[in-house]
Design a protein. Sequence first.
Length: 488
Amino acid sequence: MRLPGALLAACLAACGPPQERSAFFSFEGSLQGWVPQALDLRIGDQQEAWSITSDPTAPFDGASSARFFLENVNGAGKIWLERTFTLPSSGRRRAHIDFAALGSSDAVTPDSLITGVAVDNAGAPPGSPSHDNNGILILTATGTFRGAQKRIQVVMRRHLPPGLSFPAAVNEPGVQSDTYVVCTAVEGPCANFEIDGRDYSCSACTPDADAAWYKTANWSAASGPALKLGIATQPGDQQDLSPATTYKQNVENAFKSVCPGCTSAQALQKEGAITGKDQATPDPPATATGLDAIGATNALNPTTMQNLLKTLTSNPKTQVLQSTLACPMQINGDVGGPTSTPTLTNGCGMNQTIDLGTPTNPQLVYFRGDLDPTSNFAGLTINNQIQGAGILIVEDGDIKVLGNLNWQGLVIVTGQYVGAGFMDGSTTNINGALVSNETVWNEQPGFSELHLGTMLGSATFHYSQQALDLMNRIRKIHTLYGWRTVSN
């Protein structure tokens, strides 16, 4: 929402007996020494549109005023005028400032004045004290002291796109969907994996205890038909493939028999490890095993992924850890058992503890790599045993799991020349969703967005809304950006 306004006049007075005006500003022709300042205007790699200028169209006491304009797309921007005043001598001073202000002529509700966005009436159902559509909340606190009462309202924003959802346990929404399942010689066994779009939940898991979340025996699939696919791609054809092949067909080919004339043993093993919503017969909903649990949908696409990353990086509290070709990041867990506070190294002197979060205190963990057209760069390698909760993102680099990964929530690999590799001897368990999102269409052959190589070990991907809901409890993605006192 755009937030225009005008500061019509400002007066600074030194208070004390007698009180007298020390300066007056009408902003005629210029800002008269006042300096525009701004904070929290980032949207991805861009900056919000804003300005503070002298404007003669709305004068008050004089011939002009200062006009403030802020696009406020990220909902957290702040702009102001600043000026230094020289005092004649040392000692305490009390300053008194008077100004007149004129807001936008648009119809604006009192709540919109503090939030900077329109009231949430468009959702189905519309926003209410018990239902939130836009991730912006007004909280009111009342305090009483010695008979005097005061009420304060604050605005909190959750930096996640409204309506964000994941259509499958494993999502390949990008412009390539190359998938590879390692198998031994003809008709030998293939990698151990399980992909399941049924909604898994843990009745023993609570918001105030961690241990139960990491025990696989506590999780079970919902009864009734699956509502999510096993694997989802975007619709359409993949540009680098000839003859014409859809993204969905490209994924399906990875789970079919590996050679002409072979028997179907390998295909049966691979297809039997995929369960999810039956995309062949969507109405009424049904559960399918095999290729029918792989589907194409626009529910998650490159634009959605770009908006998600922009929203997360627009939050000033988001810390992005840089992984480079020369100094690639590695998470080194414990040998004796999983830890959520492993060691982070990069081979260039870094050696520090990293907090991967827990179900009681989930985290946003964000790595950004380097552009590598050879597709050989692992932006994050996982060794030994780790566990975590919340959102794990690796941008512009592969994630390569060599050890044991137990994650509750969302794991995203996104960017150019990227993929998610679950290597031989590793064990992965993700309750929530996995996203591998390639953003360039012409990556050279032989590299995959999803590599399942667990001949020894296993890779398990269970869709779980309960685990994904942990994202909403990440403190880092919540900001307080407005407040006001209100009358009783």
